[in-house]
Design a protein around this ligand. Structure first.
Ligand code: TRP
Length: 472
């Protein structure tokens, strides 16, 4: 559009854009001529640029411009232009066997890449070799990590916040990723950690009773404790337990609730008019632990202690909202470190899900179950016959067993050799699977051993509001 055209209001532009998005989709569905589709997409992109000029915001389907400040979220491509990845707190899927396109996700969510420079800085500031999750791009995206490190270098400490939605007793290996990494951060930076168990969230979203959700929270706490957290530096809480026990926490929930409109959560989370009001207000409860004065027993009345949240990237919508609200209620924005998803056994098109037993390796699986599941279900990038495999080699980029090894095999050289040998055909699928089986079996057995040592008293201790070892 040229400048000589009369200025349009944000709402007019929004409506035009929505109509144009529908048009593009309709053309694609009707398998229209490529030139026609391209022209329609071009117009759509132009409208988007205009929209941003006028509103200072990115267009997001289903989220009309509001007078309120808007969360910097570019949303799924409304132009339907080959962006097939779905990533939100409830769904993760892509058509690509290599998994979600994480570089695109960084652009879409407006976060920053964990690049070599940041990894080097973490090494320098912590004085420790960076965890292989950092070295290998598993924690691939962040918000404000440089600020956290700047402050830490000036002796200004921070705290960690992560969480888990206890939807069942069964945790799988993928659930461990954020906790393994959080434990590493706690160790190298020597900082306190709060872990939120959202039993309330699971009650609101699933067909479960309050009692069941709370019981799952306590059971899951045992698996989390088994990751090795230091009881003197870690507070684990269930929302159903802590919300009523800590007025300061509830005050922060209410503050957030007052500063986010229904319109905004609709845009961020896709809630509709028929979602229960519990869901609509829940994001405020996941936001509250990002503010240090939600934990007076740990931080006193200090409200300015920086929070760092390690989590899987699907949780980012909650924290985009939190970061938008924070300055308006007088708090620092939490920083974030985002991980990729842990692929399902069947392939990286979806993430591992506890509700699909065949897609998952559970923390309770026996060595035999682990072996059978991997041999039977782990999607292979190998060739159909040994002859072909030897001749053409396998494809580690789509091979689930190889992907799992990038998460759990610590030795970089060994991993590299496996990759090369697999790609050249020297290593067969069965042999690759055997390496994975022999990596996971002892790892899970050790986890089970540690979990057995976790007594009810220990859980109680972790879950009791109390001061932690933290010098302000
Ligand atoms: N909503 C998350 C889930 O369903 C649980 C959660 C709460 C969380 N607070 C968090 C996860 C902070 C990561 C970081 O699993």
């Amino acid at each position: 559009m040229t400048d000589c055209q009369g200025a349009e209001s944000p709402m007019e532009l929004y409506e035009k854009l929505t109509a144009q998005g529908d048009e593009v989709r309709a053309l694609k569905t009707a398998k229209a001529e490529k030139a026609e589709v391209d022209a329609a997409v071009q117009l759509l992109l132009k409208l988007k640029v205009d929209y941003k000029k006028v509103t200072g915001q990115d267009y997001k389907a289903g989220c009309p411009p509001s007078e309120n400040s808007v969360i910097p979220d570019n949303g799924p491509a409304a132009d339907g232009a080959d962006d097939e990845d779905t990533v939100d707190p409830w769904n993760v899927s892509t058509t690509n066997a290599k998994g979600v396109d994480y570089d695109k996700l960084i652009v879409r969510f407006g976060s920053s890449k964990v690049d070599q420079e940041l990894v080097d800085r973490i090494e320098k500031v912590s004085g420790q070799r960076p965890h292989h999750f950092l070295r290998r791009g598993i924690f691939f995206s962040h918000r404000d990590m440089h600020q956290v490190l700047d402050a830490y270098e000036k002796q200004k400490s921070f705290y960690l916040y992560t969480g888990r939605g206890p939807s069942s007793e069964a945790m799988h290996v993928g659930h461990l990723i954020p906790f393994i990494f959080t434990k590493w951060l706690q160790d190298v930076f020597d900082i306190p950690l709060v872990i939120q168990l959202t039993d309330d969230e699971k009650y609101l979203w699933k067909d479960l009773t309050l009692e069941e959700c709370h019981r799952f929270a306590v059971e899951n706490a045992k698996d989390i404790i088994a990751c090795g957290f230091d009881v003197n530096k870690t507070f684990i809480f269930s929302d159903l337990g802590y919300m009523g026990a800590c007025p300061e926490f509830y005050r922060n929930v209410v503050k957030v609730q007052k500063h986010v409109t229904f319109n905004q959560v609709k845009g961020i989370f896709g809630f509709t008019d028929s979602d229960c009001i519990g869901k609509i207000s829940f994001p405020a409860i996941q936001a509250a632990p990002s503010f240090s004065n939600s934990f007076p027993q740990i931080f006193g009345s200090r409200k300015d202690i920086q929070c760092l949240i390690p989590c899987a990237i699907d949780q980012d919508p909650y924290f985009r909202m939190t970061r938008d609200v924070a300055p308006r209620i007088g708090y620092p924005k939490p920083a974030l470190l985002h991980s990729t998803f842990f692929p399902a056994l069947q392939g990286a098109q979806t993430k591992m899900s506890a509700s699909d037993a065949n897609s998952s390796i559970f923390l309770t699986d026996t060595p035999k179950q682990i072996k059978n599941k991997i041999n039977k279900h782990a999607f292979s990038g190998g060739k159909d016959t040994v002859e072909e495999h030897r001749k053409y080699g396998g494809n580690p980029d789509v091979d689930v067993s190889f992907m799992y090894l990038t998460f759990f095999l610590e030795d970089d050289e060994q991993l590299d050799k496996i990759k090369q040998d697999y790609a050249s055909g020297a290593l067969l699928t069965g042999e690759l699977k055997k390496i994975l089986i022999e990596t996971l079996q002892p790892m899970i057995a050790k986890h089970q051993e540690r979990r057995k040592q976790v007594t009810d008293e220990m859980v109680q201790q972790f879950m009791t509001p109390r001061p932690l070892n933290f010098n302000l």
